[in-house]
Design a protein around this ligand. Structure first.
Ligand SMILES: O=C(O)CCC(=O)C(=O)O
Ligand SMILES: [Mn+2]
Length: 175
């Protein structure tokens, strides 16, 4: 795991945040869990190379074309990751009640190394590395990049603390 604070400088992070809020189609997704249809507590969007379909939680996410600001970012991140990401999943957490439960990013066809860019409000991220007996808690700050192994379980818990909006982009290599 490698945490790079200030991967984007504050002005660039804030510009990107504004662009993402205004230009991306954000969707509320529903998933089937224990026989019930539930709306996930966050909004999502996704982009990637033509023809890719990222499937998780029984849902298909056919790649939409890379918008220019994200294609540029993808190429910068490729240097850090040592591979060119071909897909990005975006999660938008409006308040502290938006969250993501414990999971792994080990769906078929997803290489384990993930580059996660955070924008906006600082939120705690929990990750339990392979072989560890407890989870680590990291504060993911605006403009930071976290490189982590998607086979490790991780979560973004809810918080009662008043927090502003946060957007996270996970760049992935799908095969
Ligand atoms: O918002 C985050 O920091 C985590 C996102 C995540 O785990 C995912 O998109 O799979
Ligand atoms: Mn994940």
């Amino acid at each position: 795991m490698n945490y790079l604070p200030g991967f984007l400088e504050p002005a660039a992070a804030s510009r990107l945040f504004g662009w993402l809020c205004g230009s991306v189609l954000w969707e509320h997704e529903t998933v089937h869990l224990y026989g019930q249809e539930r709306t996930v507590p966050r909004r999502i969007a996704w982009f990637g190379d033509d023809g890719l379909d990222y499937r998780y939680s029984g849902r298909s996410h056919e790649a939409r074309r890379w918008p220019r600001p994200l294609a540029t970012l993808r190429d910068d991140i490729a240097t850090q990751l040592g591979a060119r990401p071909n897909f990005v999943l975006l999660n938008r957490y409006a308040t502290g009640s938006d969250s993501m439960g414990w999971h792994r990013d080990d769906e078929d066809g997803c290489a384990s190394r993930i580059a996660s860019l955070s924008l906006g409000a600082t939120r705690a991220f929990l990750v339990r590395e392979a072989g560890a007996d407890r989870s680590r808690r990291l504060l993911l700050e605006d403009g930071s990049l976290l490189l982590f192994d998607g086979t490790d379980r991780h979560a973004l818990p809810k918080t009662r603390r008043p927090v502003g909006e946060r957007i996270n982009l996970t760049f992935r290599v799908l095969s």
